[in-house]
Design a protein around this ligand. Structure first.
Ligand code: NAD
Length: 497
């Protein structure tokens, strides 16, 4: 068993304080210890970032981008190694791990366009001999706190863009699967990033509180569950920090009577059960418009859910691996029990699954509920496991009302052949990311990612154009160069044309 290290000021460093277990969820065994940073360790990372900032912010944007070009190459060259680490500690399949890395690399590609995205705006002759421009300047030291479910992609949503905008970044990844996140940061160092511009400190609430309280940290990006997102937003904004805190989700897919059902079923299988349902954009509710659609959907889903290929994530050709921890598996099992006792119809029960050779792993099969109603806990709360709930309604309007009444508003989609219905859905649904016949509408890197309602605290979404706005502040400069021969008299009225 090895001890994972922090990466501070370009060096791997040990921590003599508290630590936590990191599991291989496929075997149920502890494979590493991860240090839980003390305030002193966090301060070391902050001091390194502060010291690196003046030179880094004055490095030309094109030079900063060159580091990102080399980083992208290194990420691609190391895809197999990174995917293996993700799979070993998270449990997702190797193919799924490679997929999240590819979506993360998209964000590095976007960061490569720094000279273009930081060009600012210029207006000549806004007044006599006066020119004006707006500049995007970095904030200084900024930090990110990330969840376990995308140990590669979600950190890559944050620091490539923050860094290429001229900031120095401190990343506090999930303590449950930190190894791939650390390796990726080391690759950025290898790509030529100056020491101190990026540090990775492992930890739990103590480390996060130290980042919230540090006056040197000007902005915090958070991705994780809603209670923690809300806590971080309120504590950090109270201290004058800029915060974007992305929280939990309950994503609905609406199936209209005219939907191409076979395609919708394939899409739903991947979106509900891929990565064991541990995705913030996972579809966890299928809203069927009419009993006919619901009956046909259940008939098609049942054999496919029962046939899911489940095993150790690091084996090839699987649909699903284990859940991340024994605690996560037990929590999901508890929700299944709760659904049964509240009167939902459990059509497929994934509990009690044993995978030969991996009897101690944190496995659950896929579960499917029919006749779920809005007051049930399995409908209201985020289960974050391989459980799909079918809710029956009579009309598109009723489906939309249901979704709009839910406390979360991260992602949603509609399956239909009817353009009018799709257009109404896109216009009126109170959700931040919407798919039309697309089950996981995760925006590409040159758009931005974010939910509505209690799925996001803050104004700006993650990455893309909103990310640039989040990691920079505007400065508007108005400049006059009077002609030598002229003399301007004092003007006591407010300046105008
Ligand atoms: P989590 O909230 O438990 O942890 C997220 C981060 O917060 C981790 O780094 C963790 O160490 C830290 N943390 C945990 N408890 C804390 C506390 N009391 N105080 C301060 N920091 C604390 O989330 P998770 O279980 O790692 O991830 C799953 C959750 O993340 C789900 O709810 C999922 O929907 C959400 N998620 C949301 C998005 C999105 O974009 N909206 C993306 C991915 C995951």
């Amino acid at each position: 068993m090895s001890l994972i290290q922090h990466l501070i000021n370009g060096e791997l460093v040990n921590d003599s304080g508290r630590s936590a277990d990191v599991y291989n969820p496929s075997t149920g065994q502890v494979i590493h210890q991860v240090p839980l940073a003390s305030r002193e360790t966090i301060q070391q990372a902050i001091d390194a970032a502060k010291a690196a900032f003046p030179a880094w912010r004055n490095t030309p944007a094109a030079k900063r981008a060159q580091v990102m070009f080399r980083f992208k190459q290194l990420l691609e060259q190391n895809e197999a190694r990174i995917s293996q680490l993700i799979s070993e500690e998270h449990g997702k399949t190797l193919e799924d791990a490679a997929g999240e890395l590819k979506r993360g690399i998209e964000n590095v590609e976007y960061a490569c366009s720094a000279p273009e995205i930081l060009k600012g705006e210029y207006s000549r002759n806004v007044g006599p001999n006066i020119d004006a421009w707006s500049d995007f300047q970095p904030l200084g030291v900024v930090a990110g706190i990330t969840p376990f479910n995308f140990p590669a992609m979600v950190p890559l949503w944050m620091y490539p863009l923050a860094i290429v905008c001229g900031n120095c970044f401190i990343l506090k990844p999930s303590e449950r699967d930190p190894s791939s996140t650390l390796l990726i940061a080391q690759l950025l160092q290898e790509a030529g990033l100056p020491k101190g511009v990026l540090s990775v400190v492992h930890g739990d609430k103590g480390a996060v509180d130290a980042l919230i309280e540090a006056p040197e940290v000007k902005a915090l990006s958070f991705v994780g569950s809603t209670p923690i997102a809300e806590y971080i937003y309120s504590e950090a904004t109270k201290r004058g920090k800029r915060v974007q805190a992305l929280g939990g989700a309950k994503n609905h897919a609406v199936l209209m009577p005219d939907a191409d059902l076979d395609n919708a079923v394939s899409a739903l299988m991947g979106a509900a059960y891929g990565s064991c349902g541990e995705r913030c954009m996972a579809i966890s509710v299928a809203v069927c418009v009419g009993d006919q659609v619901a009956d046909a959907l259940i008939a098609k889903l049942v054999p496919q859910v029962k046939a899911l290929k489940i095993g150790a994530g690091t084996s090839c050709g699987l649909d699903m691996g284990p859940l991340v921890t024994g605690q996560a598996r037990d929590k999901v099992s508890g929700y299944i029990e709760d659904g049964v006792s509240s009167g939902a119809k459990l059509v497929v029960d994934g509990r009690g699954l044993s995978v030969a050779g991996h009897e101690e792993g944190f496995f659950l099969g896929g579960s499917l509920f029919d006749r779920v109603t809005p007051e049930m806990r399995i409908y209201k709360e985020e289960i974050f496991g391989p459980v799909l709930c079918v809710v029956r309604v009579n009309s598109l309007e009723a489906a939309m009302q249901l979704i709009n009444d839910h406390e979360y508003g991260n992602g949603t989609c509609i399956f239909t052949r009817d353009g009018e219905a799709a257009r109404l859905f896109c216009d009126e649904i109170e959700v931040g990311m919407v798919g039309v016949n697309v089950p996981l509408p995760v925006p590409v890197a040159y758009h931005s990612f974010g939910g509505w309602k209690r799925s996001l605290f803050g104004d700006l979404h993650a990455y893309g154009p909103d990310g640039v706005r989040f990691y920079t502040r505007r400065k508007a400069i108005t400049q006059r160069w009077p002609q030598r021969a002229s003399h301007e008299a004092s003007q006591f009225a407010f300046p105008s044309l």
